[in-house]
Design a binder for this molecule. Structure first.
Ligand code: NAP
Ligand code: MG
Length: 502
């Protein structure tokens, strides 16, 4: 493994942003937290402090929800769908105009490589907003050709319309902060909802940049509110709040369960995008030239801190050694370094705690008898770096093969069975069902496996194909509901049925 270069001096624009007194964005204004509390933000590549951000209390969440409630029936509700669409589109344009700054802040805050940040913000920030901007004018009800009892045909009209569900509480994780924020904002705004967004405590910066842009493009005050804070305080307050109509949550399965319980009070709607332990199944006829980079990138993208990561690689005995060798060679060749260094391919993990957690899993893997092929340790020096790790000859009896690690750890497992059901049963044998892939040249095998694998997404000869237009979400304990595409709009809408008797 080679080390990428380390030096990075933030640009003047990033320096200016970082040095600000970051407050909460409530009702179109920047306000201090009620108790003056702050979050200290660190760069995971240097471990150094880079900014301080106001930390929302329960009473700040109250203020934000009240502002969102007022905005729901204010100027925002009187905009027509074209006007709403234009505002969302303008937000995308502003984000694009600030792509350099957004990328740099994302890298400093989260640690991901610069190229990854830039690509994902352009594709899932800007494009995602534009995709949903297009939906504003296409939210349709139906006319229903029935007449109420005793009404002669032609003497009544029944129709439905789709109305915004109301105030949305959006709670997001740290692994792709800005993209997570736009994934929540775009469909909510397209539907005409108002939003209180709680970014992850570890990565609040780019959400705050979005606050600037929301204001700049003229989205009415209170439509978007941004409240960085602790999950167990601000997040919990939002999830339990009677003034919130829907929670859109992305994060761990464990916290997803807490959200559900908290939401029970006013029976608010909930969508959950949770964890994963995604299988990638490689048949002996697969094109290994594509399998090896596909498996390596699938497992180590975002340092494996990625819900879709292909962390369980099932490889047929006939090609097992070649695949393990290829994947571990590629993993070892990744250049580890700060995201802003132009040659970095893998950044640090998000925090010291996260790295400890991942190293704990490595130890558990060793103890359970899994073969450590490469990695398994943290390089010396500053930053929460960890070497990409491959375990060969794992099995589903091992904790490392069953539980979501959320770090750069790949478990490879062999199969010899020609019984596709048996292979699929292994692939299905975790609590998760988010993303899976099948690699083969045989179209019948591929589609049989698609039938057998229980997952919100099953890709063929690629892993985790995501696009703003492709529905995304988990089965089993990977979540409730779908995001992206037309389906991603539904949870932000409610249906009203109207019958007119002439
Ligand atoms: P997490 O611990 O579940 O946190 C997610 C968000 O929930 C954070 O904003 C967190 O605040 C907040 N939170 C924590 N406790 C809460 C509570 N009691 N009530 C309300 N909110 C609370 O997840 P994470 O560690 O940030 O992210 C990793 C997890 O996210 C992994 O499991 C991963 O698979 C999942 N994920 C899923 C997807 C998907 O699309 N399916 C995408 C990305 C990540 P704090 O920041 O203060 O902790
Ligand atoms: Mg957390």
């Amino acid at each position: 493994m080679s080390a990428a270069s380390t030096a990075h001096t933030p640009s003047p624009a990033a320096r200016e942003f970082l040095a600000r007194r970051h407050r909460l964005f409530i009702d179109g204004r920047w306000v201090a937290a009620a108790d003056g509390g702050e979050i200290v933000v660190h760069d995971p590549a240097t471990e150094g402090e880079i900014a301080r951000v106001a930390c929302a209390t329960e009473s700040d969440v109250d203020q934000a929800v009240a502002a969102a409630r007022r905005a729901l029936t204010g100027e925002w509700s009187r905009l027509n769908s074209h006007q709403r669409s234009r505002l969302i589109w303008r937000l995308a344009d502003e984000l694009e105009a600030n792509l350099e700054l957004a990328t740099e802040l994302e890298v400093l805050d989260n640690g991901m490589p610069r190229m990854v940040a830039q690509y994902s913000i352009a594709r899932f920030g800007c494009d995602f907003l534009r995709y949903y901007a297009g939906w504003c004018t296409k939210i349709l009800g139906e006319t229903i050709p029935v007449a109420p009892q005793d009404v002669p045909n032609g003497e009544s009209l029944t129709y439905t319309r789709r109305e915004p569900i109301g105030v949305v509480g959006a709670i997001i994780p740290w692994n792709s902060p800005l993209v997570m924020a736009t994934l929540k904002l775009a469909p909510a705004l397209a539907a005409g909802c108002t939003v209180v967004l709680k970014p992850a405590e570890l990565t609040p910066l780019t959400a705050l940049l979005l606050g600037d842009l929301v204001r700049k493009v003229g989205i009415p005050d209170g439509v978007v509110n941004i409240v960085p804070g602790h999950g167990h305080v601000a997040g919990a307050a939002l999830a339990a709040h009677d003034g919130v109509d829907k929670i859109a949550f992305t994060g761990s399965t464990e916290v997803g369960r807490k959200i559900l319980l908290a939401a029970a009070g006013n029976l608010k709607r909930v969508t959950l995008e949770l964890g994963g332990k995604s299988p990638m199944v490689v048949f002996p006829d697969a094109d290994l030239e594509r399998v090896i980079p596909g498996a390596t990138r699938g497992a180590f993208f975002l340092q494996g801190q990625n819900c879709m990561a292909s962390t369980r690689l099932f490889v047929h005995d006939d090609v097992f050694d070649r695949v393990v060798e290829g994947v571990s060679a590629m993993a070892q060749a990744f250049r580890l370094g700060p995201g802003m260094a132009p040659d970095s391919e893998l950044g640090p993990l998000i925090s010291a705690d996260q790295r400890e957690r991942v190293l704990g899993y490595v130890e558990a893997g060793r103890q359970s008898g899994a073969e450590l092929v490469c990695g398994g340790e943290a390089p010396p020096g500053k930053g929460y770096f960890m070497r990409p790790t491959v375990f060969g000859h794992t099995n589903m009896g091992m904790k490392i093969a069953r539980e979501e690690i959320f770090g750069p750890v790949l478990c490879v497992q062999s199969f010899s069975d020609s019984d596709l059901k048996a292979v699929a049963d292994e692939a299905n044998s975790t609590i998760y069902g988010l993303s899976a892939s099948v690699w083969t040249r045989d179209i019948s095998t591929a589609h049989r496996m698609v039938n057998l694998i229980d997952s919100g997404q099953v890709s063929i000869n690629c892993h985790a194909a995501v696009d703003p237009a492709i529905p995304f979400g988990g089965n089993r304990q990977s979540g409730w509901g779908r995001e992206f595409g037309r389906e991603g709009l539904d949870p932000y809408l409610k249906t009203k049925a109207t019958t007119v008797k002439f």
